[in-house]
Ligand binder design. Structure first.
Ligand code: NAP
Length: 515
C-alpha cells in the first residue's frame, strides 16, 4: 500500500536505508538510478547484493534523467541493465513505456515476468486529456501493473485520474500518481479506490516527486491502511497548507472516536477554488466518488469562497468570512467557527462585558474576534497599520479604528493581537507594539500559536499581566468544526495533544503558517 523510494548514493547507503524505510512502508522502491556514477555492471552487482537482504517486497527502478530519474542513461545502458535485472527475484520492476518494444524479443508478451512489471509513464507538465485513450495507446495489455505519474494542474485532472482508476474493470493493477498540490487526493485516497500502492517521500524524508508525504504521515496521521471506499472525506482548502495543524487534530479525533473519516489538506490556488468546489465538493456537481464530510477554509479563500456557497450561517454572515464548509443535503453552507474558537478560551479566563479591549490588526482573524467581542459586550477599538483598509471592519461592527502607533495599554483592560507579527517565519522575534506601551493592561491574548510564547506574551508576563496564547483558539475552532461535521463531541484534550505533538515536530523554517 505504501511504497517508499530509497534513493541512496552508494550501495552501502542503500543497504543501511532498507531497515529505516521498512519501518513504515509496505513496499520499497530501489531507485538504482540514484547510485552515483556506477557503471551498469556495478549497479547490477549492488542489486544482487541488496535483494537477499530486503525486509519488504521491492520494486526495482532505473530511470533516465529525461523521465524524472537521477542520472543520464543511454538506451543501451538501460537495456543492458534490464535484460539482467528482469531475471532477479525482485517482486516488481518499474519499466518506462519506451523500453517495452525493445524488450519484447527476449521477453515476449506471454513471458511470466510481465506479471511483475509496472509499466510507467511520467509527465512532469500535465495530465493527458483523454487518459483512457492514452493508456490504451501506451500501456501494453500484458503488463501486470500500469502507472501514470503526471502533474495535475487543475481539479479536472484529479477527477480524470480517479475515473481512470475506478472506471474500466481490468485484470491489471493501476497506480495513478497526481503530482503537485491537488495530487494529494490521489496520494492519500488512491489505494482506497484500488491503486496498487502510493508513493511516500524517500526514506530520508526528502520528496523524490512533487507533493509526496512521508510514509509515517501516510500511515499514522492519515491512517492510510484503514481507508476504503466508505471513508468520508474532509479537509482543508488553503494556500499554503503544508504546515497546518488541522490535519493532525482532525485525523487524531477521527481515530479517537473510531470514525471512518480522513482529513486531507489540499493546496488550492485562487484560480482552482471554484473548479475544485464544483468538481470535488459540491453535492450537486461533484464527480469524485467519495462522501464529503466538510471542509475547513483558510487563507486566502475565507472571503473569496462566499459566492460559491448556497448559504451562510448567521455567524458567518455577520463576520463576512467562512472558515468552515458544511454539507447539508444538496447544499454547501458556510460557517465561521473562529468566533467561538477565539471567544471560548478568552471568556473562560476573563470578563468582557463593558470592558475596553484593544484589537491589533484588521484582517480575517480580527473580523471573527471583533464579532465575538462585540457580541460579548466588550468596548472594542481596532488598531491597524493601515486604518483605511480597516474601514469595512469598523463599519460592520460599529467600532472605532485607530492607527497602530496610537495604542496605549493604560486605556484598556485587555489586548488581543491578530497580526502575524511574532509568528514563526514572519517578523519572528518582533512585538507588534513596543513592550512599554503594554503598561496598564490586565491581560494579553495573542492568536499566534507557533510559537506559543511570542515576544508579545513574554513582554506581558514580564510585566505581570495574565496571558493567553493562540493554541486554545485553534483547538476550540477545530472542536466546533468537528462537532458540526460529525455530530459528535471530541474531548479538546485529544486535539490539544495532537497539535502539541505536531508543534514539537515543527522545525522553524521560513514559511507563512496557516491554521
Ligand atoms: P490576515 O487576514 O492576513 O490579516 C493580518 C492583519 O495583520 C492585517 O490587518 C495586516 O495589516 C496586519 N499585519 C500584517 N503584518 C503586520 C505588521 N508587520 N505590522 C502590523 N500589522 C500587520 O491574517 P489572519 O488570517 O487574520 O491571521 C493573522 C494571525 O492570526 C496569524 O498569525 C494567524 O496564524 C493567526 N490566527 C490564529 C488562529 C488560531 O486559531 N489561533 C486563527 C486564525 C488566525 P495589513 O492589512 O496592513 O496588511
Amino acid at each position: 500500500m505504501i511504497c517508499t523510494p530509497l534513493a541512496a548514493p552508494t550501495p552501502d547507503d542503500l543497504l543501511a536505508a532498507l531497515p529505516v524505510a521498512a519501518a513504515a512502508a509496505d513496499w520499497l522502491e530501489l531507485r538504482l538510478d540514484a547510485l552515483h556514477d556506477l557503471p551498469v555492471e556495478a549497479v547490477l552487482h549492488a542489486l544482487h547484493h541488496v535483494l537477499p537482504r530486503r525486509p519488504r517486497p521491492v520494486v526495482v527502478t532505473f530511470r533516465p534523467r529525461e523521465q524524472g530519474g537521477f542520472r543520464d542513461l543511454s538506451p543501451a545502458d538501460r537495456l543492458r541493465f534490464w535484460h539482467t535485472a528482469l531475471t532477479t527475484p525482485a517482486e516488481a520492476f518499474d519499466l518506462e513505456t519506451d523500453l517495452i518494444a525493445q524488450l519484447l524479443p527476449t521477453y515476449p508478451p506471454n513471458h511470466p515476468v510481465w506479471a511483475r512489471v509496472v509499466v510507467s509513464h511520467h509527465d512532469f507538465q500535465a495530465t493527458p486529456a483523454d487518459i483512457h485513450a492514452f493508456a490504451k495507446a501506451h500501456f501494453p495489455p500484458f503488463a501486470g501493473t500500469v502507472k501514470l505519474a503526471v502533474n495535475v494542474n487543475q481539479p479536472d485532472d484529479v477527477c480524470r485520474l480517479f475515473d481512470w482508476l475506478t472506471g474500466t474493470p481490468s485484470t491489471r493493477q493501476k497506480i495513478p500518481v497526481g503530482m503537485g498540490g491537488l495530487g494529494v487526493l490521489t496520494r492519500i485516497l488512491g489505494p482506497a479506490y484500488g491503486a496498487r500502492w502510493t508513493y511516500s517521500t524517500g526514506h530520508d524524508g526528502r520528496a523524490v516527486a512533487p507533493g509526496q508525504l512521508t510514509a509515517a504521515e501516510l500511515r499514522e496521521t492519515f491512517r492510510l491502511p484503514s481507508l476504503d471506499r466508505h471513508t468520508t472525506v474532509a479537509g482543508l482548502l488553503g494556500c499554503p497548507v503544508a504546515h497546518s495543524l488541522s490535519k493532525d487534530m482532525h485525523n487524531a479525533a477521527f481515530a479517537h472516536l473510531g470514525l471512518n473519516w480522513v482529513y486531507i489538506p489540499v493546496e488550492v490556488s485562487p484560480d482552482d477554488l471554484a473548479p475544485l468546489l464544483r468538481d470535488a465538493i459540491h453535492p450537486r456537481t461533484r464527480r469524485l466518488p467519495w462522501t464529503v464530510g466538510g471542509y475547513s477554509v483558510t487563507l486566502p479563500h475565507k472571503i473569496a469562497i462566499l459566492p460559491y456557497l448556497d448559504r451562510l450561517t448567521a455567524t458567518a454572515a455577520r463576520v463576512g468570512a467562512v472558515n468552515t464548509i458544511l454539507v447539508s443535503g444538496q447544499e454547501l453552507i458556510g460557517d465561521n467557527t473562529d468566533v467561538a474558537g477565539a471567544m471560548r478560551p478568552l471568556q473562560q479566563r476573563f470578563a468582557l462585558a463593558g470592558e475596553p479591549v484593544a484589537v491589533l490588526g484588521a484582517g480575517g482573524a480580527a473580523q471573527a474576534v471583533v464579532c465575538g467581542l462585540v457580541t460579548a459586550g466588550a468596548r472594542v477599538t481596532v488598531f491597524a497599520r493601515h486604518p483605511d483598509r480597516a474601514c469595512d471592519l469598523g463599519n460592520r461592527f460599529a467600532v472605532p479604528i485607530a492607527p497602530l502607533d496610537d495604542f496605549h495599554g493604560r486605556r484598556f483592560t485587555g489586548l488581543i493581537n491578530t497580526t502575524p507579527v511574532g509568528m514563526a517565519g514572519y517578523a519572528e522575534g518582533d512585538c507588534p507594539v513596543p513592550p512599554e506601551r503594554l503598561a496598564g493592561l490586565a491581560w494579553v491574548y495573542d492568536l499566534i500559536y507557533r510559537p506559543r510564547q511570542t515576544p508579545l506574551l513574554q513582554a506581558a508576563s514580564q510585566q505581570g499581566m495574565a496571558t493567553l496564547d493562540g493554541l486554545p483558539m485553534l483547538v476550540a475552532q477545530a472542536a466546533e468544526q468537528f462537532a458540526c461535521w460529525t455530530g459528535q463531541d471530541i474531548p479538546e484534550s485529544v486535539l490539544f495533544a495532537a497539535a502539541e505533538r505536531a508543534l514539537a515536530d515543527f522545525k522553524t523554517a521560513g514559511f507563512k503558517s496557516a491554521p
